[in-house]
Design a protein around this ligand. Structure first.
Ligand code: AMP
Length: 216
């Protein structure tokens, strides 16, 4: 299965991806997670990406395209992929089209998660993440058992630097300007499913599952 999951910051791409992985045996490729790992490890790529990420801006297309192409060449992607957070610009979508042609792995489904701005603000400001294992929490709706400690691996929970209302506004502007046209691009291919992601995790996943069963 070759799937893209798209949506503004806080729409629940990470959370839905966790649910999808439990059910379907494909690798989860999140460009945001890959970049954050590079920042943590102080790689050249990480150093280059950090200032854009901290400002809520998009990292340049050529950096991202090369990173994704490398990742998709790895063996676990033979079974397909769940790409989260890519492509985010039309230039990335066009570069990805070339990768699709060379690998023969064409996108079968684009899950477009949709949530109103006020709800996104609530989700983003309460979000806490475990940098060690990637688990995601929310101070109000999904708190960890011990405050500030990951239930899964015991690591210290953190708030992402870009999870503030100010950065959310910047990221929403980027989304409207750069990423909405990508959804239109896939709309023309007839592979987009719009998902009302303002509901509970179970209800959103039910819509996702109904869509994915059609391409399984
Ligand atoms: P995310 O975790 O998907 O919200 O991504 C966090 C940040 O990483 C974004 O605000 C961007 O700075 C950067 N980023 C992730 N994916 C991309 C992409 N496909 N193109 C450009 N920048 C990206």
């Amino acid at each position: 299965m070759n799937i893209l999951i798209m949506g503004p910051a806080g729409a629940g791409k990470g959370t839905m991806s966790e649910s999808i992985l439990r059910q379907y045996d494909i690798p989860h490729i999140s460009t945001g997670d890959m970049l954050r790992e590079n920042v943590r490890n102080h790689t050249k790529l990480g150093e280059e990406a950090k200032s854009y990420m901290d400002a809520g801006k998009l990292v340049p297309d050529d950096v991202i395209n090369a990173m994704v192409e490398d990742r998709l060449k790895q063996q676990d992607c033979e079974k397909g992929y769940l790409l989260d957070g890519f492509p985010r610009t039309l230039v990335q979508a066009q570069a990805f089209e070339k990768i699709e042609e060379s690998t023969g792995k064409h996108v079968q489904c684009v899950l477009a998660l949709e949530v109103e701005f006020d709800a996104l603000c609530e989700r983003i400001t309460g979000r806490r993440v475990c940098p060690k294992c990637g688990a995601i929490y929310h101070t109000a709706t999904k708190p960890s058992k011990i405050e500030g400690v990951c239930d899964v691996c015991g690591g210290p929970l953190q708030q992402r630097k870009d999870d503030t209302v100010e950065q959310l506004k910047v990221r929403m502007d980027e989304y409207e300007k750069s990423t909405k046209p990508v959804i239109d691009f896939y709309e023309a291919r007839g592979v987009v499913t719009h998902i009302d992601a303002s509901k509970s995790r179970d209800l959103v996943f039910a819509q996702v599952q109904e869509t994915l069963e059609k391409i399984r």
